[in-house]
Structure formats: C-alpha cells, structure tokens
Design a protein around this ligand. Structure first.
Ligand SMILES: [Zn+2]
Length: 256
C-alpha cells in the first residue's frame, strides 16, 4: 500500500512521528509521499524522504499559501526540485481553493498556471488540491495547450466532474472523507473511476476515515479507506491495493 498524500512534517506529529511511521509500516503502508504546500514545507517533505526508505516528496505552492514575491518563490521551487531529483516526484499540491480567501481567485489561477508550466518543463506529474472550485479548475485545465499528467488529490466532485478529470488523462485519489455518511456524491464518483486511475491517500493529519472522524489522521488508516472502497465497489481489498500501488508507482515514477 502507498499513502500518496500526507503531511507528516507538521507539528501534529512532532511528539510521536516515528511511532506513527512504525504503525504505518505495520499496517502495510510501504511508501508515503509527503506533500509540500510552500517552500518551507517542501524542504521538510524532502528531509523526511532523505531520512526514510520509500518516502518521497512533492514540491509546490498551495493555492492558499500566501506568497509575497511570486518570481522568487517559483525560482526557489525550481531550485529545490532540481537539487533533489531522487526525492521530489511531483509538483504539488497546487490548484484552486475558493473555500478560504487568504489568496484571491485571480492570484490563485496565475500561480497555478506557472506551476503547471514548471511541471511540463521538468516532465513531472502534478498533484491538485481543489476545494469548492472543481468547475473553474477543470475549465482552466481544459483550456490549456499542454497539461502534465497528475492526480486530483482528496477528490471532492461528483461522477460528472470525475469523468471530466479522467477525460483529461488524470488520476483520482480518494481520502478518508469518502467513508463519511454524507459522502454519497463522492461515493458515486468513486464508482466511475476505472481501477487503473485510482489512488489511495490519507491527507494526514486531516480528514481521518470513519471511525476516526474528528481526530488526527495517520498513514496507517490508508487501509480503512481501501477497505471501504473495496466494499463499495465490490472488489477485494487486495485488488484495490495492488491497482492503487501500481498506479501510484507509474504516475510518480517511484523507484524500488
Ligand atoms: Zn494536502
């Protein structure tokens, strides 16, 4: 199993990070990709990848990360990526987030376009964060000449939006929120995603799957989302696991 999206560098894990990682390994999670949301956290994700076998990092500026000097931030991002080719496997998380309003929509689009260009230039896949902005994000992507391969992390659309993302060649990743009682639309979306486009993730420490809702999430719980999807789709858990692992390895060109 691979947890394709976690933030283990956050202070939520300062007290017991190594224990959390041990529990993940015991639960069968072989690899974890830690996701940067700005330059500082990207460096932290890279540091974790250097310390742990089968850990990887993504480098990106989240749509709600405030940036004073965009040019300097993009140059810094490029530098981090080029300096750590073994660790950095994607540009992300990038995207649009209209739920929070720290960064206005127009500025979000600009920095997203710049990071998509960077991913195309460096031949890296992307990891999308999207909150209350799935239509604008799909429209922006559909209007581009060149799009990198990538994944919609913690997908929050319905089946129609999933189909549009799939038509653009993207993968779709489900986090713990797909297990929630009120997540019917998301569960309908899961039903239209072919097995060869599905990824698993936790988004730790956020969005823990049922029955841990409201507490801290951790990579060991990837298994709970896998089991839920298996039940929902009528596919053995091992098959979900194997498909998601193969997809994640292929999308991010993971070594080992
Ligand atoms: Zn995230």
């Amino acid at each position: 199993m691979i947890d394709s999206h976690a933030h283990l560098y956050l202070e939520e894990f300062d007290e017991d990070r190594e224990t959390v990682i041990r529990r993940a390994r015991e639960a069968g999670v072989k690899s974890i990709i830690n996701i940067g949301i700005d330059l500082e956290t990207t460096s932290q994700a890279i540091a974790l990848a250097r310390e742990h076998a089968d850990f990887f990092a993504s480098a990106g500026i989240h749509p709600q990360s405030p940036i004073d000097d965009l040019e300097a931030a993009l140059a810094g991002l490029r530098e981090l990526i080029l300096a750590h080719p073994e660790e950095v496997v994607a540009v992300g998380e990038i995207g649009l987030d209209y739920y929070w309003d720290t960064v206005p929509p127009e500025a979000q689009s600009g920095i997203l376009q710049d990071q998509l260009d960077l991913a195309v230039e460096l031949s890296l896949p992307v990891i999308f964060h999207c909150r209350e902005a799935i239509d604008p994000l799909l429209e922006l992507l559909e209007a581009r000449d060149r799009i990198p391969p990538g994944v919609f992390h913690c997908f929050e659309g319905g089946p129609a939006e999933a189909e549009r993302g799939l038509a653009l060649g993207f993968h779709i990743s489900f986090a713990g929120n797909v297990t929630y009682k009120n997540a019917q639309r998301l569960q309908q979306a899961a039903a239209v995603v072919p097995l060869n486009r599905l990824l698993l993730e936790t988004d730790s420490p956020y969005l823990p799957p049922h029955p841990h809702r409201g507490k801290r999430n951790e990579p060991a719980y990837t298994a709970l989302t896998r089991d839920f999807l298996a039940e929902l789709l009528g596919i053995p858990p091992l098959e979900i696991d194997e498909a998601a692992t193969v997809n994640t390895r292929r999308l991010f060109s993971l070594r080992g």
